[in-house]
Design a protein around this ligand. Structure first.
Ligand code: PGA
Length: 220
């Protein structure tokens, strides 16, 4: 049985009290989650809170950051570096299309981010927009997220996502897991995760509600 990644990308949402409420409602330990790796990716300011709540409530989930500095520690005002993230997280999302679009992140910057993630023992979840998006060396987990599907309620078809996932693997031999992202819900999750080349999902909007996210995990 393949291991499924179910990754919540909260994006730039939730103040501290909202994150705390979400975690209090998130009764993940009542679910059967064998072979499922659940990862929550909050904003940087919530990493410490989410990490201590997960420990206190003994929740079977991992933490991911949504971004990482392309620089190491030092005089880089406003940046959050790998060493700082490593204290709290196991994963880091790199190359999300929103960062490429709004923050003008280019391939060279993204390569440096991957190098920093690996230096600090963080597993990159590298987002690609199509099968031709370059993937830096040493990336093992890729998330295929077509821009037209993100936040639109208009997901890719499972057949097309499967075909893209297969092509991504054929082009990039190092990749072990390919996730799908873009308008995933508890209704459509299984149509993606049942595909042989899709190893999980990256969930934005539908992860903001803890009950819906529990349903997604249950239906995956
Ligand atoms: P969405 O976002 O689930 O809201 O479409 C997915 C993502 O951007 O990772």
């Amino acid at each position: 049985m393949k291991k499924l990644f179910i990754v919540a990308n909260w994006k730039s949402n939730k103040a501290t009290f909202e994150a705390k409420n979400w975690l209090d409602e998130f009764k993940i330990n009542d679910l059967e989650i064998e072979n499922k790796e659940i990862v929550i990716c909050p904003s940087f300011n919530l990493l410490s809170l989410v990490s201590s709540e997960i420990r206190n409530q003994k929740l079977e989930v991992k933490i991911g950051a949504q971004d990482i500095s392309p620089f190491d520690e030092g005089a880089y005002t406003g940046e959050i570096n790998g060493k700082q993230i490593e204290e709290f997280a196991d994963y880091v999302i790199i190359g999300h299309s929103e960062r490429r679009q709004y923050c003008k992140e280019d391939n060279e910057t993204l390569n440096r981010k991957v190098v920093m993630a690996i230096k600090y023992n963080l597993l990159p979840i590298f987002c690609v927009q199509n099968q031709n998006t370059p993937v830096p060396p040493n990336v093992k987990i890729v998330a295929y997220e077509p821009v037209s599907a993100i936040g639109t309620g208009n997901p890719d078809t499972p057949d097309n996502a499967e075909q893209v996932a297969r092509t991504i693997r054929a082009i990039n031999k190092e990749i072990i897991s390919v996730l799908y992202g873009g308008s995933v819900t508890s209704e459509n999750i299984n149509s993606f995760t049942k595909m042989p080349n899709i190893d999980g999902v990256l969930v934005g909007t539908s992860s903001l509600d803890s009950m819906e996210f529990l349903k997604i995990i249950n239906n995956a």
